[in-house]
Design a protein around this ligand. Structure first.
Ligand SMILES: Cc1cc2nc3c(=O)[nH]c(=O)nc-3n(C[C@H](O)[C@H](O)[C@H](O)COP(=O)(O)OP(=O)(O)OC[C@H]3O[C@@H](n4cnc5c(N)ncnc54)[C@H](O)[C@@H]3O)c2cc1C
Length: 478
């Protein structure tokens, strides 16, 4: 990685914009902002800027616009597609939102919360809960990712089937544009049918259109009861049958339906060797119902599971008898993700297909690995209720990392082909970033490309916002 040495003039101008506390320019200080969570990418930067106010974000954007300096917005840096890391070595600045981390206002009567973009997701969930409300965005990285990063990447997670993605949960945004101008898109209104819904342009834009500095989200009543079950099933087909039946039979009260191929449990045990395996079956399902008071949720779930066992869809079921047991079930789901990172480089995908096509996706993907990449270990798990499967593949341990990475490109291409062949997407929830840009762009129609580039040119005419992420430099390049 090339380390760029900025001129003292540039550094002092940047320091004037964000103050002494806001500038990090020494390699040791910058290191944590220049490597990703999974250890897959390392980047470079002229400097890392940590503005402490919206005014400082504006000042630095004005300066970068004047100097023609490219800017990479960064939240909690938990993204998995190299959106907040520039590994090309170009001379850009990273703008971390971590110092903009206050909750601005909770209006429990309106079920809304406004926060700085750098607020960690868990802090928003905790503050909502303290007011007897729920902010339902939930993902493994919630202790580190920021609400601005969630908005910029349109995060999904485990409760999408009930509450939708970040896009569905955000009511308003505050954004500093590429030239430093501030757009305040807060209204607190659930219905506001006047003109273009501009916030939606920035949601999922991965830092390519502006810097999100504030987010207003929808809250929900905190569920009075949650029931969690860990199930064993004979196959992925039965898991999908079970899901369809459960939605109707459980009054659409399902808040999570996670599917886990049994082979993933070994990965969770890399994090905790004593991790309990609640069931023995080829496919595991972690299912959660939640509701307000007034219905017997436990009886609803227990009755449904008894019927499902009688029908042969479920071979084994453990209903959590305490919060601690429910938490232990979730630890398995979270541990398997961390376990993969601990094992080292692996092919990671984030595919989505129609829910009914999940079994075909997994079957074709397993066939591909078995026939063309023998010795590689396929893992299938994901948010099945959203048609979202993370089909990941571990290289044989004896393969060197560089060889594994080179072959991994082929494995990934084969998996993408299968998903696209089924009418699916190569990015269900993680975004495009730098790691999926070519495949994303190659799959767009000329009309889609033209509209995308027109939006980019209108909001970021100099191309300074997160260059290299999501979009190529011109409509016809890759
Ligand atoms: C263990 C683990 C589990 C995960 N589980 C899920 C999951 O279930 N569902 C899911 O969707 N994702 C998941 N992720 C991916 C990741 O956590 C999410 O994409 C998250 O929303 C990223 O937020 P962040 O603050 O870390 O953003 P970053 O990684 O810092 O940035 C992500 C993108 O957003 C841009 N960006 C960040 N902040 C801003 C801002 N304020 N203004 C403009 N642009 C900005 C960046 O430039 C980059 O392109 C997981 C990651 C890990 C490590």
């Amino acid at each position: 990685m090339t380390v760029h040495s900025p001129s003292p003039d540039i550094l002092s101008a940047l320091e004037a914009a964000v103050g002494r506390n806001g500038l990090v320019a020494d390699p040791a200080g910058m290191a944590k902002y220049l490597g990703d969570w999974a250890g897959d990418y390392r980047g470079g930067a002229l400097a890392v800027l940590r503005p402490g106010s919206v005014g400082e974000v504006q000042a630095l954007m004005r300066l970068c616009n004047e100097l023609g300096l490219g800017v990479i917005p960064q939240g909690g840096n938990t993204g998995l597609v190299s959106g907040a890391i520039d590994s090309s070595g170009a001379g850009l600045v990273v703008v971390s939102l971590e110092r903009l981390n206050s909750i601005r206002r909770i209006d429990a009567g309106n079920f809304t919360l406004q926060a700085d973009a750098g607020c960690v997701l868990q802090a928003i969930k905790d503050a909502s809960e303290a007011r007897d409300c729920l902010f339902p965005l939930a993902l493994g990285a919630q202790g580190s990712c920021q609400i601005g990063g969630n908005a910029a990447s349109n995060a999904g997670g485990v409760n999408v089937l009930r509450y939708g993605m970040a896009r569905d949960l955000i009511l308003g945004l505050e954004v500093v544009l590429a030239d430093g101008e501030l757009w305040n898109g807060f209204s607190g209104l659930r219905k506001n049918n006047s003109g273009y819904d501009l916030k939606q342009l920035f949601i999922g834009s991965e830092g390519t259109l502006g810097i999100i500095t504030g987010v207003e989200v929808k809250l929900f009543p905190k569920p009075a009861q949650i029931e969690t079950a860990y199930l064993g099933l004979p196959s992925f087909e039965t898991a999908i049958q079970l899901f369809n039946w459960a939605r109707r039979a459980c009054s659409d009260l399902i808040s999570a339906f996670e599917i886990i191929g049994a082979e993933c449990i070994e990965l969770a045990r890399l994090i905790d060797p004593n991790m309990p395996g609640p069931v023995e079956a080829p496919v595991h399902v972690l299912m959660e119902l939640s509701s307000g008071p007034g219905i017997d949720l436990n009886a609803l779930l227990a009755g449904f599971l008894a019927e499902a066992m009688k029908a042969g869809l479920v071979s084994d079921a453990v209903l959590a008898s305490s919060n601690a047991q429910a938490r232990a079930f979730w630890t398995i789901r979270e541990g398997l993700v961390e376990g993969q990172a601990k094992r080292g480089y692996h092919v990671r995908t984030d595919l989505s297909v129609r829910i009914s096509d999940i079994p075909a996706l997994i079957e074709h993907a397993r066939d591909l690995v078995a026939t063309e990449h023998p010795g590689w270990i396929p893992l299938a798990y994901g948010h099945a209720g959203d048609g979202n499967i993370h089909f990941n593949v571990l290289p044989p341990l004896e393969l060197g990392e560089s060889e594994a990475r080179a072959l991994g490109v082929e494995v990934t291409a084969g998996l993408y082909q299968i998903a696209v062949g089924l009418g699916g997407s190569i990015s269900a929830e993680h975004g495009i970033g730098r790691s999926r840009r070519r495949e994303f762009w190659a799959g767009l129609s000329p009309t889609h490309r033209r509209m995308t580039m027109a939006l980019k040119a209108a909001l970021d005419p100099k191309g300074l916002m997160n260059p290299g992420c999501l979009l190529p430099s011109t409509e016809t390049s890759s």
